[in-house]
Design a protein around this ligand. Sequence first.
Ligand code: MN
Length: 275
Amino acid sequence: MRGQPTSDGDGVKLTRVLTQPLQKRLDPFLMLDAFGSDAASDYIGGFPSHPHRGFETVTIMLEGRMRHKDSVGNVGLLEPGSVQWMTAGRGIIHSEMPEQQEGRMAGFQLWVNLAAKDKMQPPAYRDVPPADVPVVRLDGGVQVRVIAGTALGVTGAVTRPTTEPLVLDIVLPAGQSFDALLPAGHNAFAYVYGGGVVTIGAGSSSRVESERMAILKNDADVDGVRLIAETDARVLLVAGAPLNEPIAQHGPFVMNSTAEIHQAVADFQRGALAA
Ligand code: MN
């Protein structure tokens, strides 16, 4: 499955890999954007000040630098290899602006939903520097960065309750394979990037080209996935426990009902999300 070219923020070009029609199937994940460009004109506008409520944003920087500022008073620099985990909770206003005039900017932003009981929790923010993202090195040059969750007996940089997200960034050299255990019933997808081609098997197998996403089967008897690289590839593997709650989204607000969305807009307009 190919993503949709789009732009967001102040004209930042990106590919929306996980789009709104997939939110139910990939519950608790709401969105995955991939960005990557050598042209400053594609990213220089950045993401000026904007609000969020009701979910978490995970920014995975591969190349380039972005400066984060938010209404809670946090300031952070996202550098290559770093991860930023922001829990919008009841509300936060933030900006993400490039801290470079030229060169390549590349990475991902993943949105993870919060359960109804957690949507109005206080906002929180964590910067994870590259050295704090555990890397598991396996035979054949396979490397697994454990961004969230637990894999291969290693606890990742971030663990979260309820949705139990697993986020792995995998380097898979040609001819090598990697097996990941995934809890049965969790929803999962894999995004292949870095120019490679990967055969992905979970129940059955399919050949996935670079910059394509594969949605993994979530049958009760599927408890893992095998990735086999045809050529050198990178794979972002994402899994989590579904919330099975109604999803109401209006732009940067994700709640359970239209009434809660109206409340979020009203709260934003009267300045209550910046508090
Ligand atoms: Mn944002």
